[in-house]
Ligand binder design. Structure first.
Ligand code: SF4
Length: 250
């Protein structure tokens, strides 16, 4: 039975793999392999943090979700309004729930909202002093890449909120812009199309929903309409990029 070791994701470091490695003379214990993976993730994230810093981003590395949630809760005043896009990462780590429980007004569209309410929330999110979202890819050269269907997220991170906090698991790290677009086409957009496309009754799903990869469609259900590259901190924004040593989001 494969087990999760706290660092490895999705079975990359499993008891079976350790057994195979040991059988071939690898001789590493399960916990030792987990430690190796942890050092790799930390090294990769810290390299990206340095590259992001050279582009004026306030970039930091956090070992796990608890650490990053604690940091964000300390940064955001307890009465400040917080806007948020549709990020699965921010929901997955419990950040939006924690902010709401503390009393922060949180403007994030959620399943069950009708079109008018969701549109109102998306617009109000852009007027908040804090905007929190994830990224579809972060390059090792220090660029933040996103693709949107509506454009509320890329608007929020471009201008408006004084502080933007991008939270991304290490799985979002890619070598360069070509790899970022590849990740978007092969992973992020199809997974999000499945996430959102299933909830659009009466509309033909985009081909990626069935095929699991991008076919560069331009049909009404397409969620891929605006691509942004933030290659340096926007002039008037305190732009933070928090990398987390966990596999988060799509
Ligand atoms: S097939 Fe269409 S909706 Fe799906 S990832 Fe490609 S462009 Fe986006």
């Amino acid at each position: 039975m494969a087990a999760w070791n706290g660092w490895a994701d999705g079975g990359l470091v499993t008891e079976e793999a350790v057994g195979t490695a040991a059988g071939k003379g690898g001789g590493m214990s399960y916990s030792e392999m987990g430690e190796v993976w942890g050092r790799y993730v930390r090294a990769r994230c810290e390299t990206a943090v340095k590259a992001l810093g050279k582009r004026e981003f306030d970039a930091r590395f956090f070992q796990n979700r608890d650490e990053v949630v604690k940091a964000v809760m300390e940064i955001v005043p307890d009465d400040a309004g917080v806007g948020c896009g549709g990020s699965w990462t921010t929901r997955q780590i419990g950040l939006l729930d924690a902010l709401r429980e503390r009393g922060n007004p949180v403007f994030a569209h959620e399943p069950g909202m009708d079109f008018e309410e969701a549109t109102r929330v998306r617009k109000e999110a852009l007027l908040c002093p804090y905007y929190i979202c994830s990224a579809n890819a972060v390059t090792m050269r220090g660029e933040v890449v996103n693709i949107d269907g509506i454009g509320n997220r890329v608007a929020g991170i471009s201008f408006g909120p004084g502080t933007v906090i991008v939270i991304a698991g290490y799985n979002k790290l890619v070598p360069d812009l070509d790899s970022a677009f590849e990740r978007i086409k092969e992973v992020a957009a199809p997974a999000n199309a499945i996430r959102y496309g299933m909830a659009v009754p009466g509309m033909d799903a985009s081909p990626c929903v069935e095929k699991g990869r991008c076919y560069d469609c331009a049909q009404p259900s397409s969620i891929c309409r605006i691509i942004t590259i933030v290659r340096q901190r926007p002039m008037m924004t305190d732009f933070k990029v928090f990398l987390v040593g966990e596999n988060l989001g799509f």
